[in-house]
Structures are given as structure tokens and as C-alpha cells.
Design a protein around this ligand. Structure first.
Ligand SMILES: [Zn+2]
Ligand SMILES: [Zn+2]
Length: 107
């Protein structure tokens, strides 16, 4: 969901909700690990494993917009090693893979 879609949904419950309110709410949810932000498509998705911090990779379908959340610790480990080799101190290691989902490839 994009921030404006969230705003639309929220508007049904809370008439008069303004964009700053929505951005603040999303930032809070993100901080709590309840949603992830998808930078490449400027959207947010609810987290599937909000109970613990985890490595996260996304498969984003460019045709239907489906987003699959993966938590492959090996990917995070590899990225961490590569960053370390470059003496780069990583804050976030979210991987966003765009392409076409199984359903869209089939049709
Ligand atoms: Zn998650
Ligand atoms: Zn698709």
C-alpha cells in the first residue's frame, strides 16, 4: 500500500486524517517492526513476522504488484560479510527483487 492508499483507508475510519498523521503512524509502525517500507515502489507492507527482528528480502511483481516477504538469514549474512569487507557499516540490508510472480509468468 502506498501512503496515500493508507490515507484513503484511514479516512473512512477517521475523517480528516492528514498526510502528516499517516506518515507519523507509518514511521511508528516501521519502528515497531510491524510494517516494512518498500523503497523501490514507495509502499508499505504489513510484516509477516512482527514478533522478532529479521533479515528481509522482498520479491515484488511488477505486473500484479504482489509482494512476497522472505527472511533468508544467509542473504543477510552474505551482505554483512561483503559490507564488512568494504568497511561499510550497514544500517539496513533490505533486498528488493523486482520481476514477475509465478502467477503472472503462467498467464
Ligand atoms: Zn517482516
Ligand atoms: Zn504477479
Amino acid at each position: 500500500m502506498g501512503a496515500y492508499e493508507v490515507l484513503d483507508e484511514l479516512g473512512k475510519e477517521l475523517p480528516g486524517a492528514r498526510p502528516p498523521t499517516v506518515y507519523r503512524a507509518l514511521a511508528f509502525l516501521q519502528e515497531q517492526g510491524l510494517v516494512h517500507r518498500l523503497e523501490s515502489i514507495s509502499a508499505y507492507v504489513g510484516c509477516l513476522h512482527p514478533d522478532h527482528h529479521h533479515a528481509v528480502q522482498f520479491l515484488i511483481c511488477r505486473d500484479c504488484g504482489a509482494v512476497q516477504e522472505l527472511t533468508d538469514a544467509e542473504v543477510e549474512h552474505t551482505l554483512g560479510r561483503i559490507a564488512g569487507r568494504c568497511r561499510f557499516e550497514a544500517d539496513s540490508m533490505v533486498v528488493e527483487v523486482t520481476g514477475r510472480c509465478a502467477g503472472c509468468v503462467r498467464s
